[in-house]
Design a protein around this ligand. Structure first.
Ligand SMILES: [Zn+2]
Ligand SMILES: [Zn+2]
Length: 297
């Protein structure tokens, strides 16, 4: 297959071109028609958010030189995984693999919210006081490394064609940069795109300081998972202009904007009450209150 060979042989160039191309398009769109007025100077945020991306990329290349693509090659050579053991046209296995890998990313995102230790890392993505294309690339290096292990496990279970892994990385990156854009689509267009893909208005809800809103809309590319698993929330309660972006317990611009603050954030004592552990405490407190009120009545 010519198209698959072309993509595989020029993986790094294609991925970097898409990253820079989408960054430029979204950056220009945000400059010309921003959906919300930024709270922090754009240059400072971009310098730090993109600095973190560079750090993440260097770390990944150092720890996993073969990257996800290399793992897909090994899985194929060893006939490991579901799709390496079925007879289907390449186009079909590629599509199935992309959809399944997207499901894995959705489930991984839910876990990063649910488990307290993982939320410590993932809060770095949420603590951004503004929401734009660079927020979509802002992740703590340890979250990036854990994601790589999850992806590796998924590749050996699914057995995707090599080209599917490359296309998936491009699609995921492109979608994340698009749906973190500080832009607004006309409502009718948002509605059509949202049937399949996550739009900026849909994912912005996920960056609300309101806990229930932050714990919804976990999808990065396909919007179907949130609708299927009951985590979908159409719009923020306060509307897109008035909703507050970030996490309620970390609002100091210095601590949530500069790389030094972002790298140390998971190790600070306060991780807020967004994860599952706190919801358990709240439940037991309310149960206790109920018992006490029953006892006194
Ligand atoms: Zn999240
Ligand atoms: Zn996000």
């Amino acid at each position: 297959m010519v198209w698959s060979e072309l993509v595989t042989n020029h993986e790094a160039t294609i991925r970097l071109s898409f990253f820079i191309g989408i960054l430029c398009v979204m950056g220009l769109w945000e400059l010309l028609a921003p959906a919300r007025k930024p709270v922090i100077a754009k240059a400072t945020r971009w310098f730090n958010n993109l600095g973190l991306v560079v750090l993440d990329t260097i770390l990944l290349r150092f720890l996993f030189p073969a990257a996800a693509v290399g793992l897909a090659v090994i899985a194929q050579e060893q006939n490991a995984g579901l799709l390496n053991n079925v007879e289907l046209p390449l186009i079909a296995t590629t599509l199935i693999a992309i959809v399944l890998l997207d499901l894995v990313i959705y489930l991984q995102h839910v876990m990063f919210h649910a488990l307290p230790i993982l939320w410590r890392l993932h809060q770095v993505h949420h603590a951004d006081l503004d929401y734009d294309v660079t927020t979509g690339t802002r992740f703590h290096p340890i979250e990036i490394v854990i994601s790589m292990f999850v992806k590796a496990g998924a590749i050996f279970l699914i057995g995707p064609p090599v080209v599917a892994v490359i296309l998936f990385e491009i699609v995921l990156n492109a979608c994340a940069m698009f749906n973190h854009g500080n832009v607004r689509l006309p409502l009718w267009l948002d509605k059509i795109i949202r049937v399949i893909l996550v739009t900026p208005d849909m994912h912005r809800v996920h960056h609300s300081t309101i806990i229930n809103e932050a714990n919804s809309n976990f999808g990065f590319s396909l919007s179907i998972w949130d609708k299927l698993f009951g985590t979908y929330r159409a719009q923020p309660k306060l509307g897109h202009d008035d909703m507050e972006i970030g996490v309620s317990y970390a609002k100091d611009p210095k601590q949530v904007t500069w790389i030094s603050g972002l790298l140390t954030m998971p190790f600070r004592s306060n991780k807020g009450n967004y994860d599952l552990s706190h919801r358990k405490v709240e439940k037991s407190v309310s149960n206790k209150t109920n018992t006490e009120s029953r006892a006194t009545s």
